[in-house]
Design a protein around this ligand. Structure first.
Ligand code: ADP
Ligand code: MG
Length: 742
């Protein structure tokens, strides 16, 4: 069964070589009960450890079941221990924080037994060693004799052909010792039992063979009882612990020793808080830097703004706008997006030169309190949000509020009245926009066509020739509206006659082509009149000195047809900057192409900011690495008490891979719980149940993605800690790492 041929064992200790035993030749057979005796230091324990596969040997050959083992590596010995040997030690080597039941169960789980089989088997074994009453008692509370009985039950549970006991009674009183020996005798049938003892008398009647050692050598070997040759029937137990049982053990170990759990929990909590704080403040800085940026195309640079267009280029209809408004996290939808980026100008037409300018906003989106005046009640009334140093609206506010203002100072155009004023505060200013004019949606629609006109390339074609039209009253081919012109007709100044046949443009066709970012269109109008300084008043009711003298006049309906189009581009505002990505994704799914304004912000500082960003990244990486080592060393210290546990698992035949997995699971649970605890704290701060300043400061800069990312980093860290720790303790032989701890 087991045969040693010239086997020697040496210990290397800091350059000093000691001999454990020297050139041993011996053979053991099934059915034997072998007693090994000899004075202290004669090499008995060393021999048992080598036989058990717990320690390596340096010379000779050891055969198990005919197989030579000198080429074995640690993994092979793991298999060997699992398959052939159960150990019983002088100091019991139990898991003190487990109950009697759990200690025995452990071996069965490690050997791949199913949960259902385990229970009956454990109870049966506990009964066999007479500890029924204590099955739920923690092992640390038992007497020595009871502990050794647990160890025996555990050895039985493992059900190996060889049982090796090294001074099993060494720490017991004589009564307990007797019981233990008797128990050993009972279980020794059909097995090979090898017992080392310093008290030979207690074993004299039982042993079938007595081996005496002296100074690392066997000095006598006597068979006292001839044993029957026992059939060597070794079941090949190749099963390993199952996944769920690993989780069970991992969980059990997490909470098994509460102070240890709390300490590891605190370490992970510390890591979580540091990671999230650092990450949050990094996000915050980036965000603040973004705000410093300038954008030359968009006037309204609020970071929650997303500009959208249909991917197929068509106009966005009402149903589609409603669909967008229903999306989660959408705060506001501006249909006539172009208005946000266009400054309009209003002036009084008297000689007081009161004026206002800004971008038009819907009064529905106005929030805050007026500094003076009231909210609008009619379509031509507006609220003006203006710089507090504006001369007209600060020094002469009562006068300013009573004036009538005209679009572009053009008295033939629309007029508005300012009924309420609010001074810009910093947050309005930081949007990058100038002053704001809040009016009704009807008012906004009215201006839309003028704004569209200003953003369009307009061509007037007459007599087969194209001419660019400028959007400035009275300039060449400028187009204005007049109710005096019938729909489908157009009036042109006489000065255009040179373009036409026979120097007369009447009864010719005039085409207007409009082309802008969003749409192309054209209309053909019939020239029914030409005007000059003399008849301009009777024809168009316009004074000859008006700045519009010289423009082309069309009916307002035709003008509307060209310029008051549906919305081709709109802006969607997310409720919060954290939602911008999410909202963009949903819009994308609905068939819109999106542009996030916050991403268009050019950074003024350019290279310098890039350098700072890289530096920050380096700092963060250093922080993560530092956190890793700090937590590794702390956790290593905390787990120190665990080394015995892990060596015990190995002695019981568990392989390093599975033990590592159990440790992974334990740290995973611990890290997850710490993370969860911090998430709860964050939620409490978010919903204002509690107030913690440093959490509050980073809260709004972190989104779901960041939380997930940080969690993943934490779990990877816990995994690496476990890996590093495992490598440290598993690269030595089981006995060596065990010895170092005990
Ligand atoms: P026994 O169990 O018979 O008392 P051991 O097997 O423990 O004896 O020891 C045999 C010899 O090996 C002794 O000389 C002892 O000093 C030596 N020895 C045992 N363990 C170690 C060790 N870990 N490092 C160095 N020498 C050791
Ligand atoms: Mg010994």
């Amino acid at each position: 069964m087991l045969k040693l041929k010239n086997v020697s064992k040496f210990y290397y200790n800091k350059g000093v070589i000691a001999s454990g035993f020297n050139k041993i030749n011996i053979e053991f057979n099934m059915g034997e009960f072998v007693a090994i005796v000899g004075e202290s230091g004669s090499g008995k324990s060393t021999l048992l450890n080598v036989i058990s596969g717990l320690d390596s040997y340096e010379e000779g050959e050891m055969y198990i079941n005919g197989e030579e083992t000198s080429h074995y590596r640690e993994v092979d010995f793991e298999e060997y221990r699992k398959k052939y040997v159960s150990n019983i030690f002088q100091n019991f080597n139990l898991v003190n924080s487990y109950t009697v039941y759990q200690n025995i169960e452990l071996v069965l789980l490690l050997n791949g037994y199913k949960r259902k089989e385990v229970k009956t088997k454990v109870l049966e074994l506990i009964d066999k060693v007479g500890l029924k009453k204590y099955r739920k008692t923690k092992v640390s509370k038992l007497s020595g004799g009871q502990k050794q009985r647990v160890a025996i039950a555990r050895a039985l549970a493992k059900d190996t052909p060889i049982i090796v006991a090294d001074e099993p009674t060494g720490n017991l009183d004589s009564k307990s010792a007797k019981d233990v020996i008797k128990l050993l005798k009972d279980i020794s049938k059909d097995k090979l039992v090898i017992v080392v003892t310093h008290n030979f008398s207690e074993i004299e009647d039982i042993a079938t063979r007595i081996v005496k050692m002296h100074d690392g050598k066997i000095v006598s070997d006597k068979t006292v009882v001839e044993t029957d040759k026992v059939e060597e029937n070794i079941e090949n137990n190749n099963k390993n612990i199952g996944f769920f049982n690993m989780i069970r053990l991992g969980l059990r170990n997490t909470f098994n020793i509460i102070p240890k759990f709390v300490l590891i929990f605190i370490v992970f909590l510390f890591v979580t808080v540091s990671l999230l704080s650092e990450y949050g403040s990094m996000q915050k800085d980036e965000y603040e830097e973004g705000k410093l940026g300038v954008n030359y195309f968009f006037h309204d640079t609020r970071d929650t703004r997303i500009v959208i267009k249909k991917k197929d280029g068509s106009a966005i209809n009402k149903e589609e706008f409603d669909e967008i408004r229903k999306l989660d996290n959408v705060d506001l939808v501006i249909e006539n997006d172009i208005m946000l980026d266009t400054d309009v100008w209003f002036q009084t037409t008297d000689d007081s030169y009161f004026n206002m300018n800004g971008t038009l906003r819907n009064i529905d989106s106005f929030d805050g309190k007026l500094d003076y005046g009231r909210m609008p009640e009619a379509d031509n009334e507006v609220v003006y949000v203006v710089d507090e140093y504006d001369y007209y609206f600060n020094e002469k506010q009562t006068e300013a509020i009573n004036k009538t203002y005209y679009y572009n100072g053009d008295s033939s155009s629309y007029s508005i009245k300012v009924v309420g004023v609010k001074y810009k505060n910093e947050s309005v200013f930081s949007n990058g926009s100038g002053n704001l004019i809040y009016g009704s949606s009807n008012l906004l629609n009215k201006y839309m066509k003028d704004i569209n006109r200003a953003h369009s390339n307009v061509i007037v074609s007459i007599n087969g020739k194209n001419h660019e039209s400028y959007d400035s009253p009275g300039s060449n081919f400028d187009i204005r509206t007049s109710d005096r012109v019938a729909k489908g007709n157009v009036y042109v100044p006489e000065s255009m006659n040179y373009l036409c046949k026979d120097y007369d443009c009447r009864w010719e066709w005039l085409g207007i082509k409009v082309n802008n970012l969003y749409f192309n269109d054209r209309i053909d109008l019939y020239i029914t009149n030409t005007y000059n300084d003399k008849n301009i008043n009777s024809l168009l009711w316009i004074n000859k000195d008006s700045e519009n003298n010289g423009s082309i006049f069309v009916n307002p309906d035709d003008f509307n047809y060209l310029f008051n189009k549906d919305s081709y581009q709109a802006s969607v505002f997310a409720k919060h900057v954290n939602n911008v990505d999410e909202v963009s994704n949903e819009l994308d799914k609905l068939g819109y192409s999106t542009l996030q304004i916050r991403k268009t912000l050019d950074n003024m500082l350019g290279e310098a900011v890039k350098a700072i960003k890289i530096l920050k990244l380096v700092v963060t990486v250093v922080l993560v690495v530092t956190l890793f080592f700090i937590s590794y060393f702390v956790i290593k210290l905390i787990l120190k008490s665990r080394n015995v546990y892990f060596s015990t698992l190995r002695i019981l035949g568990a392989n390093a891979k599975h033990i590592k997995r159990i440790l992974d699971i334990e740290l995973f649970f611990d890290a997850s719980l710490a993370y969860l605890a911090y998430m709860i704290a964050i939620l409490l701060v978010k919903y204002k149940v509690i107030y913690v300043k440093f959490i509050n400061n980073i809260l709004e800069y972190l989104g779901m993605r960041d939380y997930i990312l940080m969690y993943v980093i934490l779990i990877i860290m816990s995994y690496l800690i476990s890996t590093r720790y495992a490598r440290k303790i598993f690269n030595k032989s089981a006995m060596k790492s065990y010895r170092e701890e005990v």
